[in-house]
Design a binder for this molecule. Structure first.
Ligand code: DAH
Length: 338
């Protein structure tokens, strides 16, 4: 009726054959689980004859202990094997996960590219302070006392600092450099500038300019045109035409706006150049005699040209970027493209 020996034989052989943890779990359930075969024996013992009960109970307990022990040992053995298998399945030849690397900001790259072009033409790269006096930012540059650019609307004045402003352009560095250096002068000045403006796709309260200054004895507009034509052709990698249009700046006379033929449509007209074929890239002119005089040099002896361009704008044209605010957004999806 209750064949403990047979049950033991069957269980041991099955445990021996079991080769996965899943099978061991099944066997645990089948033999020593709550409704398993060993429990069945315990349930049947009360029905056995009085003299057999004690013996059966003893044997059933012994079987239970024995099976528990064997199952436990086998389980530990299989667990160890599976762990080892996992370690062995690590493939050291698989390509690794690429760590995220930072990259230079597009304006940082542009500053280097742009100044490198001028260095190639014999210019030096210099810098000046972001916070300026009214004298350097306006007066020395021949701005009349009532010029609207001095108005609170355009200029950020520094609180508590009498007469101090955040420079609205890089032109004050022209004065600082001429004060300290005798001509011939050939410099470019990359730097951040500040305007009290409402921001939109083409205006930011700060952006970057690249200023240029060349002073010597016989400098003319044709020197300027050749330097700037060389420059745009190097930066835009191609056959770009340059034209000058008359304009006005207090610090130059004559003054011009410089256009280059649109690098997107090659001058045939597109949405980037508003169908004109031309893109405005910089302001320039022959340095006003008052500016040379205000820097401590003799305007009878020295003359030259100056120019100023928006670096953000050049980068926008080069890469087809339609919103200047992207440069300052910290937006990785934008920055990662450079
Ligand atoms: N300072 C001017 C601006 O911020 C740009 C400029 C125009 C600079 C003509 C110059 C220049 O040196 O000659 O808009």
């Amino acid at each position: 009726m209750i064949d403990i020996d047979n049950l033991r034989k069957k269980a041991l052989s099955e445990i021996k054959k079991a080769d996965t943890l899943k099978k061991i779990k099944e066997l645990e359930k089948r033999y020593i689980g709550k409704d398993g075969k060993v429990s069945d024996i315990f349930k049947k013992i009360p029905q056995a004859g009085k003299e057999k009960r004690a013996k059966l109970g003893k044997e059933a307990n012994k079987l239970k202990g024995e099976l528990e022990e064997k199952l436990k040992n086998k389980r530990l053995k299989l667990e160890k094997c599976e762990k080892e298998e996992k370690v062995e399945s690590f493939d050291p030849t698989l390509p690794g996960k690429k760590p995220d690397l930072g990259s230079l900001h597009p304006l940082t790259t542009a500053r280097k590219e742009l100044t490198d072009i001028f260095v190639g033409m014999g210019f030096s790269v210099i810098q000046g302070p972001d916070m300026e006096t009214g004298w350097y930012n306006f007066d020395a540059l021949n701005f009349p006392k009532d010029h609207p650019a001095r108005d609170m609307q355009d200029t950020l004045f520094v609180k508590g600092e009498k007469e101090k402003v955040m420079r609205t352009h890089t032109s004050p560095v022209q004065i600082r450099h001429m004060e300290e250096n005798d001509p011939p002068i050939k410099v470019v000045v990359p730097g951040r500038v500040y305007r009290n403006e409402t921001t939109d796709a083409s205006h930011e309260i700060n952006f970057y300019q690249l200023e240029g200054l060349m002073i010597d004895k016989d400098i003319s507009v044709s020197n300027f045109k050749s330097v700037i034509t060389q420059f745009v052709n190097e930066y835009f990698d191609g056959d770009v035409n340059v034209r000058l249009r008359p304009s006005f700046f207090p610090f130059t006379e004559p003054s011009f706006e410089v256009d280059m033929s649109c690098s997107v449509c090659d001058g045939s007209g597109c949405s980037v150049c508003s169908q004109t074929g031309w893109l405005e890239v910089l302001g320039a002119g022959m340095v006003h005699p008052n500016v040379i005089k205000n820097s401590g040099l003799n305007p009878e002896k020295w003359q030259g040209f100056a120019f100023g361009m928006g670096m953000d704008r050049l980068v926008m044209i080069k890469y087809g970027i339609d919103d200047v605010r992207l440069f300052y957004s910290g937006e990785l999806r934008f920055l990662e493209q450079f």
